[in-house]
Design a protein around this ligand. Structure first.
Ligand SMILES: [Zn+2]
Ligand SMILES: [Zn+2]
Length: 147
């Protein structure tokens, strides 16, 4: 038996739409400074194992924010959508959980860059808090500059 894990999504105005395979209905919340500035809050995202199948790329633009990563967004309405490895863009696609058409079954897996979270906000859940150093160790690197 196969479970359908394809999800569809898009930006606020519809100039970017996509479908992507998202096997795990879990999202991560990143508190790093770049994510917070880029997405106007902690970035809530689902890790997908491959590239998206884009059904509209009219507004799609990529911003290379660091040595390692680039961020995809809609250049028409400004919606923050994706993060991927700049040098290996088809390996993973990190997709904003809020960009999906049906995100209501997604559950929070954990917080990352928890030590970069400012004191002015807090979440009351008891999922794991993973620091930058712990996250980078998990990724097998010592420094990503910023993601
Ligand atoms: Zn848009
Ligand atoms: Zn981040």
């Amino acid at each position: 038996m196969t479970t359908k894990t394809t999800r569809t999504g898009g930006c606020l105005c519809g100039a970017v739409t996509f479908e992507v395979d998202a096997p795990k209905p879990r999202f991560t919340m990143c508190h790093c400074g770049m994510c917070r500035k880029w997405s106007a809050g902690p970035f809530m995202s689902v890790h997908c194992p491959g590239p998206a199948n884009f059904t509209n790329t009219q507004g799609l633009a990529w911003y290379r924010g660091s040595k390692w990563g680039e961020r995809g967004f809609c250049s028409v309405c400004g919606t923050s959508l994706f993060w991927r490895l700049a040098e290996n863009p088809d390996e993973i696609l990190v997709v904003s959980s809020e960009a999906f058409d049906d995100p209501d079954d997604l559950t929070l897996e954990r917080h990352i860059y928890s030590d970069a979270k400012p004191a002015r906000y807090n979440f009351a859940d008891d999922t794991p808090r993973v620091t930058e150093a712990e996250f980078l160790e998990e990724m097998g690197v010592t420094s990503l500059d910023n993601l």
